[in-house]
Design a protein around this ligand. Structure first.
Ligand SMILES: Nc1ncnc2c1ncn2[C@@H]1O[C@H](COP(=O)(O)OP(=O)(O)OP(=O)(O)O)[C@@H](O)[C@H]1O
Ligand SMILES: [Mg+2]
Length: 342
């Protein structure tokens, strides 16, 4: 029996989940959500970091956790990750070869980053015996900031993982018959996309168009304040006919940008995986996945099956969530983080 916390420090909200693992069974122990302080992780000021520490301490104490061991999420926009093709190498050979490879792909000096990698496919098969390796680099300074904030909050970091890895763990099916899926997690400031193939992440892409941009556009175009814009957005969504078409024409360009970025990721994937199965499904996560009308809109624009993901599908005793006034989908990243095998 092992218990682990997953902590997702989002731009608008902080999410915390504790899961108990007992063999194959994952049981929800507790979950909680709180508003992020305005500047949060973006700020370098001691004052803002102290506010974040206080917010984490509060969410931790309100949640009545039973462990302090935590896996923390790292926003995809803050890390560099990509899938690279390497010849067949032993683990030892790969460990040294990967640094040379990384130099080509990572836009920061290597001494300034923490490098990690994972072999996805040992043998690509058919036309190539190369292997696919998932390479991730995170700026050392950013990781140090996380470590500092978490230590001051009274928790113990076991690992820090990129958002896509955590989301994938929560929603993906590793069976051979599982369709290749593009997951788009549409948060407040960022949308993180990745392709999940047989349970593995391949290709990640992050853009700075998400829920807050929609609210800002509504606020400016309709001359209403941000709070009201947020309410309009949640009530009317992207229905073209509402408010004599004003909502549709306000958020339309942003949604078109989202569509074209998803298309870009899809064609990039198709180009790199010519012989492999194409993307067959889109799964939406993040708070903005709930935007009324979005699923139908994306399915029509992209011509592909689109659905909202269930981040709790691998967890039992989720009835505890009904006592919380929050949408269960908001916890996707925190769930994936807490599901990491110890
Ligand atoms: N029912 C809803 N309809 C539309 N949008 C919603 C709904 N519920 C939440 N949102 C939007 O979801 C966003 C918050 O989602 P989430 O908590 O996933 O973001 P975050 O993790 O704080 O941000 P980020 O991941 O970008 O740092 C906000 O922009 C909010 O307006
Ligand atoms: Mg988020």
């Amino acid at each position: 029996m092992a218990r682990l916390l997953g902590l997702d420090i989002g731009t608008t909200t902080i999410k915390l989940v504790e899961i108990e693992k007992n063999g194959k069974n994952n049981k929800l122990v507790t979950a909680n959500l709180a508003t992020s302080p305005p500047k949060g992780l973006l700020s370098e000021a001691a004052f803002d970091q102290a506010a974040l520490v206080e917010a984490i301490k509060k969410i931790v104490s309100d949640a009545h956790i039973t462990t302090k061991i935590v896996n923390v999420g790292l926003a995809e926009a803050a890390v560099f990750s990509r899938v690279i093709e390497m010849p067949q190498l032993s683990e030892k050979e790969l460990a040294s070869a990967i640094r040379w490879e990384a130099e080509q792909y990572i836009p920061l000096p290597l001494p300034e980053v923490i490098l990690d990698y994972q072999v996805l496919l040992k043998n690509k098969g058919e036309n190539s015996s190369n292997m696919d390796v998932f390479l991730v680099a995170a700026p050392k300074a950013l990781v140090a900031k996380y470590e500092n904030i978490i230590a001051q909050s009274g928790l113990e970091i076991v690992s820090i993982e990129p958002e896509a890895i955590a989301l994938n763990r929560a929603v993906m099916d590793s069976s051979l018959s599982a369709p290749v899926t593009l997951v788009a997690a549409i948060g407040a400031e960022n949308t993180t996309m990745f392709v999940s193939k047989k349970g593995n992440v391949s290709l990640t892409h992050s853009i700075a168009t998400a829920g807050n941009a929609l609210s800002r556009a509504l606020s400016v175009d309709l001359g209403i304040d941000q709070m009201q814009a947020e309410e309009y957005k949640k009530t009317y969504g992207i229905k073209q006919e509402e408010l004599s078409g004003k909502i549709g024409s306000s958020v339309g360009p942003l949604l078109q940008n989202l569509v074209s970025e998803i298309k870009r990721a899809m064609s990039f994937y198709a180009e790199k995986n010519k012989d492999a199965e194409p993307i067959r499904r889109i799964v939406l996560l993040g708070g903005s996945a709930k935007l009324p009308g979005l699923v139908v809109y994306l399915a029509e624009e992209l011509g592909i099956e689109t659905q909202i993901g269930d981040p709790w599908q691998k967890v039992s005793e989720t009835q505890k969530l009904s006592a919380l006034p929050f949408e269960p989908i908001l916890f996707a990243q925190a769930v994936g983080l807490a599901l990491k095998p110890l």
